[in-house]
Design a protein around this ligand. Sequence first.
Ligand SMILES: NC(=O)c1ccc[n+]([C@@H]2O[C@H](COP(=O)([O-])OP(=O)(O)OC[C@H]3O[C@@H](n4cnc5c(N)ncnc54)[C@H](O)[C@@H]3O)[C@@H](O)[C@H]2O)c1
Length: 337
Amino acid sequence: MKILITGGSGFIGSNFVRFWLSRHPNDEIYNLDKLTYAANPKSLSDIESNPHYHFIKGDICDSKIVNETISSGIELIVHFAAETHVDRSLDDPLSFLKTNIFGTHTILEAAKKFNLRFHHISTDEVFGALPLDSPEKFCETTPYDPRSPYSASKAASDHFVMAYYHSFGLPVTITNCSNNYGPYQSPEKFIPRMITNLIDGQKIPIYGDGLYVRDWLYVTDHCRAIEAVITKGKIGQSYNVGGLVKDVSNLDLAQIILKIMSKDEANVEHVPDRPGHDRRYSMDWTKIQKDLNWQPSLTFEEGIMATVKWYQNNEIWWRPMKIEAEEFYRRLAASRK
Ligand SMILES: NC(=O)c1ccc[n+]([C@@H]2O[C@H](COP(=O)([O-])OP(=O)(O)OC[C@H]3O[C@@H](n4cnc5c(N)ncnc54)[C@H](O)[C@@H]3O)[C@@H](O)[C@H]2O)c1
């Protein structure tokens, strides 16, 4: 089968390309990626020479390149490409609107033209925020209530995907997943930034009081969930995906990483909060467990240990991105003063 993967040079996309080719070695993967600041072509350097892997540099908003790529016999689209950093979305909402909404629409139009199976990668952030210390979780029927330009653009893209199913019969599925962590994630994001700061002898910056609770999933377990939905999911359905973690706050997470890296609490620094910071996300993934027999394979402790080890052993991958990421945070801090 020929598969178009959009955003395959980013964090989850590159993990997915490697995962899929290891499980389906006869399939052909076409990775369409604009190579924004978030991409690192080195993430797939071990795959580049595989004759079943093809890279196309291009923008998902460009219908010409999208149609050309798809007309090479693509049967399935797995759509990861997006602007993904909430802090950047507060600075520049328009680029989120363009890629996440207009770009998704461009891919949907092409999928409709060729009547292709379409799987959309989305987030738990579309559901809004939950109060701290509540037992509530997001399920597939929770009403959408996005709070940031990032989550608003992802929510809009989810609605477009479902509209193409209901209006045009396009065979679609969606996964709404919680926060991912693992190898090949930009050091601009929370967990890799903590680990790489500690490697560099810098402090861990924690927004506000640090009592922000997230549900965390190791990236390969997300790839397994996407595979389950692509191969066994029901058309026209969305599936929530989450981890084996019980309400870990950002402060708890910092403590866990400090302990693994043998550092003490003096390495934590509280910094001014992000505007509109969502307090708590929590995912109910009973549906995918019951219907598709998926559940995470790694505990949070196992995943975090593996992630710390990966960053300790792969400085050559993250160092150039780290310089750019810290420059971004310096600009952000200056703009919030
Ligand atoms: N990271 C998470 O915790 C998480 C959780 C749930 C869902 N998601 C979703 O998963 C998907 C992938 O997230 P990620 O963390 O791997 O993102 P990422 O930022 O690491 O990678 C995004 C990729 O998309 C590419 N891209 C951006 N704009 C593009 C455009 N206009 N045309 C073509 N390519 C473009 C970038 O170059 C990059 O390779 C996103 O849709 C995101 O919303 C992420």
